[in-house]
Ligand binder design. Structure first.
Ligand SMILES: [Ca+2]
Ligand SMILES: [Ca+2]
Ligand SMILES: [Ca+2]
Ligand SMILES: [Ca+2]
Length: 332
């Protein structure tokens, strides 16, 4: 889990470096490889992986991946491409880094509950591996190295702080149903189960992360248990991000309603951000003044019943079984 969160910390650090003026003692950094060059390599490696491996899914929806042995008749993962039934291998086009990625994901089960958007909190079990392909004397060998498994997630992860591959694919799945175990713990059923096959440009890229080497394509299997709606505005104080929510949940700041909101750096150059009302380069979900009239959104949103702005810190008490959120309403 820490590894996934790490990318957000890195992003914030990069922001703070960029915002400082250039200093004489600036260290020289080896420039990362061009994204198009690395993607061409990763694309081939991921295709190889999809061709050479098969999955088994147990009764608890745990996914195991194994190499098809010589002469083996197991269906490879690629054989599920656009399958009518599940598992179904699909892909999303991701336009970033001035190129277009085809991001593959496998739907093992869609789920029956609610979909997160790409900046919601998710409670998810997952297992991750990275791929490495080496060529020696004309023979190419592909290895998959497991780096982390979280079977019983204890806390929500904000997808905003995760790698791009996660942000793109989790919104394609739904949560499921809940019941109580005899010991009082929550039992999850009918939740979404899937896999993602992530080119390094949509993962940790040149930086790697902990045990994950730079330029590694990543493979995750996951189960989506719960979604938590979040409110994201923040300000930077002493290089730390400090929450400054405007009271409008990020899901309601998705102006074009496509289920995704992006920062300027997550879009190709010249693309107009459909979720940036005043066009100042800061999308509404991070903008404390969405319409750019110099009055903060927080003080502008009105209670439809009274026509007056909400007292911001006043969070309603919700009936049992519902949670209150910063948009001042109660949700199941
Ligand atoms: Ca907000
Ligand atoms: Ca959107
Ligand atoms: Ca804006
Ligand atoms: Ca305003």
């Amino acid at each position: 889990m820490n590894k996934i969160k790490y990318s957000f910390i890195v992003v914030l650090t990069v922001f703070s470096i960029i915002s400082c003026s250039k200093k004489d003692d600036e260290v020289e950094i080896v420039p990362p490889k061009p994204y198009d060059v690395q993607y061409a390599i990763d694309k081939v490696d991921i295709q190889e992986y999809l061709k050479n491996n098969y999955i088994t899914v147990d009764a608890e929806y745990n996914v195991t991946v194994a190499k098809i042995p010589a002469g083996g008749t197991q269906p490879n993962i690629l054989s599920y491409k656009d399958n009518a039934a599940f598992p179904k291998l699909l892909s999303r086009l991701v336009k970033v880094h001035e190129i277009e990625y085809e991001l593959y994901y496998l739907v093992i089960r869609e789920g029956t509950g609610e979909k997160p958007m790409n900046v919601d909190g998710v409670l998810a079990a997952y297992s991750g591996s990275y791929l490495k392909t080496t060529a020696a004397e004309g023979v190419s060998t592909q290895t998959s190295t497991h780096f982390e498994t979280v079977m019983n997630p204890a806390s929500f992860m904000d997808l905003f702080g995760t790698i791009r591959g996660w942000k793109e694919i989790f919104p394609q799945f739904k949560t499921g149903t809940y019941s109580s175990n005899a010991d009082g713990s929550v039992k999850y059923d009918n939740y979404g189960v899937g896999m993602i096959f992530i080119p390094s440009g949509l993962g940790y890229y040149s930086g790697g992360s902990n045990s994950i080497p730079s330029y590694s394509p990543l493979v995750f299997s996951f189960k989506l248990y719960e979604v938590k709606r979040l409110d994201h505005e923040y300000k930077i104080i002493n290089n730390q991000s400090v929450a400054e929510p405007d009271g409008v949940l990020s899901m309601y700041e998705d102006i074009d309603g496509d289920g995704y909101v992006w920062t300027a750096s997550e879009l190709n150059k010249g693309v107009v951000n459909p979720d940036d009302t005043d066009g100042d380069g800061i999308p509404d979900f991070l903008d404390t003044d969405d319409d750019g009239d110099n009055y903060t959104t927080k003080l502008e949103i009105k209670n439809p019943a009274t026509g007056k702005p909400y007292p911001f810190d006043q969070i309603p008490t919700c009936e049992s079984g519902k949670k209150n959120y910063l948009d001042k309403t109660c949700h199941p």
